[in-house]
Write a protein that binds this ligand. Structure first.
Ligand code: SF4
Length: 328
C-alpha cells in the first residue's frame, strides 16, 4: 500500500496502516465494525493538519488513538520517533501531546478553580520529569496563558462561572500551558455559536503562531478546517480518500471532497466538473459497500466502482486521491 503523505522533513507523528475494529452485538451475532481502516499519514513539526468528514466516519476514534486513549487493532503510531505509549499520568509524552475536546465542561473538575485545573498539567509526574518547575514559575506560566486566551485574572474562578466559549478558552489554556509539540483538537468549536466560534478559532490561530506547535484539527466542517489548517485529510467511512493542501480545496479531485466543499457557504466548484451534491446517509460501517465505499452516493460512480476499491493516485507532491474517475 502506498504511503499517503508525501515525504517531508521531520515528521512528528506517523500513522502507518492504523486500523481499529470494534465488535458489536447484533441480532445476527457479534459483528466486526471497522471504525478506522488502514489509515496512514504523518504530521510534521509545527504543521496544522485538518481531518474532516461526516459524523460517524471514524475521525474521533482516530483522534483518540493518536492521543494514546485507545489502542489500534493493527498498524502503528509513532510520536517523535518512538512508539506512542498509552495515555497515563506518568507517560513520557505527557505535556508534549495534548487534546482539546468538544465539551470542555466534562473535562474540568467543577470543584477546582480553573487556574488549578490548568496548573495540574504542569505538575504531573511525566511533565515534572521533563521540566521540573517551582510553584512561583507554575503560577506565572498559568497567569500568562490565561492572558493569552483572553481570560486575564480569571484563574481563581470555577467552571460554572464561565460561558461555553470561555470554558473552551480554559481548555485551550490547559492544552497550551505545557508548550506541547502537538495539540489534537476534536470538534473544538462545534458546540459554540457562530460568533463565539470565530473568536475561539482566532485565539487558537494566535496560540499556534505564538508557540508554533503542530495541530491535528478534527472537524465535520470543511470551512473551519480550511481556515485553521494548511493541509487537509478527508475521511470517509473509516478511510482517508484525499489529502491535499488547504489552498487546493476549490480544485479537489475526489467527489466527496467536492461535495463537502460545495456545501460551504463561500464555495467554488472543483475541477470544472460541476457541483457535487451529497445525497443520502453515511452507510453503516457494520455493512460497508463493496468496492469504493462512496459509490452508493457518488454521482460519477462507474461499474468498476462497485467492484474494486480505488488505489492512491498522486496528482502533485502532497496531493493524493483514491478515485477511479480522474481523467480530467
Ligand atoms: Fe465515485 Fe467511483 Fe471515484 Fe468512488 S471511485 S469516488 S464511486 S467515481
Amino acid at each position: 500500500m502506498p504511503e499517503l503523505s508525501a515525504s517531508r522533513a521531520e515528521p512528528l507523528l506517523v500513522l502507518d496502516r492504523v486500523t481499529r475494529t470494534f465488535f458489536v452485538r447484533t441480532a445476527h451475532g457479534e459483528l466486526p465494525l471497522k471504525a478506522v481502516h488502514e489509515v496512514s499519514f504523518s504530521v510534521d513539526k509545527g504543521e496544522c493538519t485538518g481531518l474532516v468528514g461526516e459524523s460517524g466516519c471514524g475521525k474521533s476514534t482516530l483522534g483518540r488513538m493518536v492521543c494514546g486513549l485507545l489502542a489500534p487493532t493493527s498498524g502503528t503510531i509513532s510520536f517523535a520517533g518512538a512508539p506512542l505509549p498509552q495515555a497515563s499520568p506518568s507517560s513520557p509524552v505527557i505535556g508534549r501531546l495534548q487534546m482539546v475536546f468538544q465539551d470542555p465542561f466534562s473535562s474540568l473538575n467543577p470543584r477546582m478553580s480553573v487556574g488549578a485545573s490548568v496548573a495540574e498539567g504542569l505538575g504531573s509526574r511525566g511533565y515534572q520529569k521533563r521540566s521540573p518547575m517551582g510553584r512561583g514559575e507554575i503560577r506565572e506560566r498559568v497567569r500568562d496563558i490565561f492572558a493569552r486566551v483572553g481570560l486575564a485574572g480569571m484563574e481563581g474562578r470555577y467552571p460554572h462561572e464561565f460561558s461555553g466559549g470561555q470554558r473552551q478558552r480554559v481548555a485551550l489554556a490547559r492544552a497550551f500551558v505545557t508548550r506541547p509539540d502537538i495539540v489534537v483538537c476534536d470538534e473544538p468549536v462545534s458546540a459554540l455559536d457562530a460568533s463565539v466560534q470565530a473568536q475561539v478559532l482566532n485565539v487558537m490561530r494566535d496560540l499556534q503562531e505564538e508557540y508554533g506547535q503542530a495541530q491535528l484539527f478534527i472537524s465535520h466542517n470543511l470551512a473551519v478546517v480550511g481556515f485553521m489548517c494548511s493541509r487537509v485529510l478527508v475521511m470517509y467511512l473509516g478511510e482517508i480518500v484525499e489529502e491535499l493542501a488547504a489552498d487546493r480545496l476549490a480544485s479537489a479531485a475526489h467527489p466527496y471532497t467536492q461535495a463537502l466543499h460545495g456545501a460551504m457557504p463561500t464555495r467554488t466548484v472543483g475541477r470544472g466538473k460541476g457541483l457535487v451534491v451529497l445525497k443520502g446517509e453515511l452507510p453503516s460501517p457494520l455493512n460497508p459497500p463493496s468496492g469504493c465505499p462512496f459509490h452508493p452516493r457518488c454521482p460519477r460512480a462507474m461499474d468498476i466502482c462497485t467492484r474494486m476499491a480505488p488505489d492512491w493516485t498522486e496528482l502533485a507532491p502532497g496531493w493524493r486521491v483514491r478515485c477511479h474517475c480522474l481523467d480530467d
